[in-house]
Structure formats: structure tokens, C-alpha cells
Design a protein around this ligand. Structure first.
Ligand code: CAA
Length: 261
């Protein structure tokens, strides 16, 4: 499929690399880019051979510098609601992908860019990455889930401080508060992402999917229900060829060859 504002590549079997590609606007998310993101996520979701999705931005200056301010400037309240819902749907679709999604953040991840990164399962940041929710500088609150995902990731007080003061933080602070999981030199970001992707691609695909779903669904449940969900996922795995192969390979002291069934 041809995209105007994105690149969707498969550098290796099972590994997708999605690049937001509007470097002239620091990869800002306009409605057309959001529509393409929805299509690209659907393309990955319907590929049974997909194992992992890496999400990044074109150029070294920005991951994504936010929703597109020049496009938002003219919106009525009703149109802004539709635009917010369009962004929310993209973020939900990314989260709902059965395969792990990792954001590779170089440069600015601001506003909708920070929200896009947070909708991924985890974030690997380059040393000079900058994160923030600067929307209040523009007279608006975040609109693609930032108030909610940031609070869930870093806690209520830190989220309130960052959203309400619009303070931007560097990669090291993002690591310290749990917004990102790793900080790497910029020149190594892509290769580090690929290395993690290869690691994931070698695991049992059904197990990876079940584990992702259990963590995500469990977060919105009380502990007893969440653990019951995990039990169901665990039991389900024993109906798969992957479980038999994984355990047989361990006992035979060889690498497992998973089929994803
Ligand atoms: N929307 C549209 N265009 C943007 C943009 C955005 N979010 N961010 C940057 N650009 C454009 C600039 O207008 C500029 O275009 P021109 O060359 O045509 O003038 C180009 O990208 C380069 O940007 P700068 O010249 O500003 O680059 P800089 O290095 O001086 O500053 C920056 C970089 C600090 C990231 C600055 O561009 C900036 O503050 N951008 C806006 C960040 C922001 O406020 N994001 C939140 C948007 S609101 C939102 O996202 C709502 C939501 O939650 C859904």
C-alpha cells in the first residue's frame, strides 16, 4: 500500500518499521497522517506473519512534534472532537495490535507525539530525545490520550506536573520516571530497536500475544480478576503447538522453532 505521510517497511521477516514521514513539519500529525496511520496499523494487524512493530519518525530532529497546529488552528469545537476521536482511535488500534509495538524516539516527542509513543508498548529513546505535553501553551489540553496514558505510566502527580506546567523533559529524566525503558546513543537507536525486535520475533508468537493481552487487560481489572485472566491465558497456551515445541526444545537442549499455532 502506498502512503504519502508514512513509510511502512519490513526490514526483516515479521518485523515492521513504521516511520511518520513529514520531516518538513517535524512529523506533526494532521488528519491525513492519522488516517494513514490507521490504515498502516490495520495492515500489520491483518498480517498473520507479523511479529513486532517498530514506530519512529523521519529525520533526527523529531519523533513527532505533536498534532498539526496549522491544521488545528481553524477547527470548531465539533471538528476538534472528531479530530481527537480520530487520534484516539489510532492510539487504541496501536495498543490493540496483537504484536508488541515499540516506539523508537529521537528528538522531540511532544503533545500528540508523546501520546503516540505512549500508545506503544514501550519506548526506547535516543539520548537527545525530549518528551512533553505542551498543549496548555496553545490554550488546549492534550487530546490523544496524554492525560490518561501519562498518569498510568508515571503516576498522577508527575503527570499533572508535566501536563499543567508543559515542562519538557530529556531522555534521562524520562528514564528515571518510567516513561521510557532504555536510553541509547542516537546512532544506535534503529539497531537497538531491531535487536529487540529480533529477540521478540524468536519467541512463541501465541505466548507473546497472550502475555501482551494479559498485561493490558489486567491493568483495568482488580487483582483477582486479572489473575483469573492470566490463568485463562496460561491454560489456553497449552492448547497450542508452540507450547509443545517450546517445552520439547528445552528438554532436547535445542532452540525452539515456533509455528505460531
Ligand atoms: N504542527 C505543525 N507544524 C509544526 C509542529 C506542529 N506540532 N511542530 C513543528 N512544526 C513545524 C514548524 O511550524 C516549522 O515549519 P516551517 O519551517 O514551515 O516554519 C517546522 O515544523 C520546524 O519547526 P521549528 O522551526 O519550530 O523548529 P524548532 O527547532 O525551532 O522548534 C519545536 C522545534 C520546539 C518542536 C517546535 O517546533 C515546537 O514547539 N513545536 C510544537 C510542539 C507542540 O506544541 N506540540 C503539541 C501540539 S498540540 C497537540 O499535540 C494536541 C494533542 O494532544 C492532540
Amino acid at each position: 500500500m502506498a502512503y504519502q505521510n508514512l513509510l511502512l517497511e519490513q526490514p526483516e521477516p515479521g518485523i515492521y518499521l513504521l516511520t511518520v514521514n513529514r520531516p518538513q513539519a517535524l512529523n506533526a500529525l494532521n488528519a491525513a497522517t492519522l488516517a494513514e496511520l490507521a490504515q498502516a496499523v490495520a495492515q500489520v494487524a491483518t498480517d498473520a506473519a507479523a511479529r513486532v512493530l517498530l514506530v519512529t519518525g523521519a529525520g533526527d530532529k523529531a519523533f513527532v512534534a505533536g498534532a498539526d497546529i496549522s491544521e488545528m488552528q481553524q477547527l470548531t469545537a465539533d471538528q476538534a472532537g472528531v479530530f481527537s476521536q480520530q487520534g484516539m482511535q489510532v492510539m487504541h488500534a496501536l495498543e490493540a495490535l496483537p504484536v508488541p509495538v515499540i516506539a523508537l524516539v529521537q528528538g522531540y516527542a511532544l503533545g500528540g507525539g508523546c501520546e503516540l509513543a505512549m500508545a506503544c508498548d514501550w519506548i526506547i529513546a535516543a539520548e537527545r530525545a525530549v518528551f512533553g505535553q505542551p498543549e496548555v501553551n496553545l490554550g488546549i489540553p492534550p487530546g490523544f490520550g496524554g492525560t490518561q496514558r501519562l498518569a498510568r505510566l508515571v503516576g498522577r502527580a508527575r503527570a499533572l506536573e508535566l501536563v499543567i506546567t508543559a515542562r519538557q523533559i530529556k531522555a534521562e529524566e524520562a528514564l528515571a520516571i518510567g516513561l521510557v525503558t532504555q536510553v541509547v546513543p542516537a546512532a544506535e537507536l534503529r539497531e537497538r530497536g531491531m535487536a529487540v525486535a529480533r529477540t521478540i520475533a524468536a519467541k512463541g508468537p501465541v505466548a507473546v500475544r497472550l502475555a501482551k493481552q494479559a498485561v493490558q487487560c489486567g491493568q483495568d481489572l482488580d487483582l483477582a480478576k486479572a489473575c483469573a485472566y492470566e490463568t485463562a491465558a496460561f491454560a489456553l497456551a497449552f492448547a497450542t503447538a508452540d507450547q509443545r515445541e517450546g517445552m520439547r526444545a528445552f528438554l532436547e537442549k535445542r532452540a525452539a522453532k515456533f509455528s505460531g499455532r
